[in-house]
Design a binder for this molecule. Sequence first.
Ligand code: PSV
Ligand code: MN
Ligand code: MN
Length: 426
Amino acid sequence: MQLNKDQIHTSNQAGLSRHAARFDFLAAQLGEDGTDVEGIVKALADFQVAIPSWALGAGGTRFGRFSFHGEPANLEQKMADVGILHALTQTAGAISLHIPWDIPTDYASIRQLAQAHGLVFDAVNSNTFQDQAGQDLSYRHGSLCSTDEAARAQAIAHNLEVVRIGDQLGSKSLTVWLADGTSFPGQRSFQRALQNTEDSLRQIYAGMPKDWSLFIEYKPYEPNFYSTVIQDWGTSFMLANACGERAYTLVDLGHHLPNCNIEQIVSTLMLKGKLGGFHFNDSKYGDDDLTVGSIKPYALFLIFNELVYGMRNNPQNPYPAWMIDASHNVKDPLEDLIQSLEAIQEAYAKALLVDQAALAAAQDAHDVVLCQEILQGAYRTDVRPLVQRARLQLGGALDPLAAYRSLGIRQGLVAARGKHSVASGL
Ligand code: PSV
Ligand code: MN
Ligand code: MN
């Protein structure tokens, strides 16, 4: 199933004049304050977020999995789903694969399909947090950190195989997330585990093509609950430095202990040129992987404020690789991703509204009240007409969620794939 521009164009007609009135009103207001409205609309149009191939089936928790009708059963169908998201939102122009869950069988046709949907392949993800069928050695006691040299070698070889697969698709980066850790005090030597992990990552880094980047994800707990080897941004940063210039830290919003100041982490990493990748989701308690912006939209805005600051002021930092890392079992996954993409665009638009020069002046004057007013003035602005305008200019839907429903997309997918298709992967 592929949406064409005419279907979207037709579904937009009823709302166009209302949109135009709202946009003009907001643009006039912002223009009076000296805001570059066209520049913001362009920045929004340029912002593309990768969709992970594992977010398209109905997710689950470790306690159960509930299928959603019309789920994509293979990589081609997952790409079709991302194509639908991209056609509607014009913000999901990339896909991120998890290997071995989504190994292409015919590379040329997969590349062609990506092109037809207007997609590129972003970072590829390795998986040494599960044992795979036919694998010689188990990761039960760790992978890149393992005290068993042969298990470590197997995990390194897997990562290099993932790079080889990604290279044939045009990917330029590898994301490593490890489940390695312990659940009980004394279970393993912290130092040996960290040293082994560093040695393994350095070997992976050395084996990547010279135009590839390595993203190292951290997470304080889960599935291990006493310690993880790469528990925090500091450990990831240290490992990235040990690997080399093209190794970076990846921040996943759900991978922090409660109340952590994530915006400060983002800011520090960008100052040091080491924020390589970013995973969006939201959470109430831990790594909940809820819809972006559903729980803490103000925190998301503050994080975006630092991202925008970093993108403008830190040329030493590469342009980060953005990805949504969320998964559900109560929503239609495509509707959920549309909501996440909308929340991302809104937070980004609000951050772009922050008058950074005025904020710097207020900071220098120690006018704490004014600093807060500047941030919250941007946050309280209803930026939806700007986000809509960016989408419209690219041929997307005025209201992607409403269009998804009125065009009967889920019904079409169920008719094409059946009620009980099951996604590969998790
Ligand atoms: C595990 O917590 C995780 O969320 C990591 O962030 C990975 O990116 C993702 O799952 C898939 O492996
Ligand atoms: Mn992640
Ligand atoms: Mn996670």
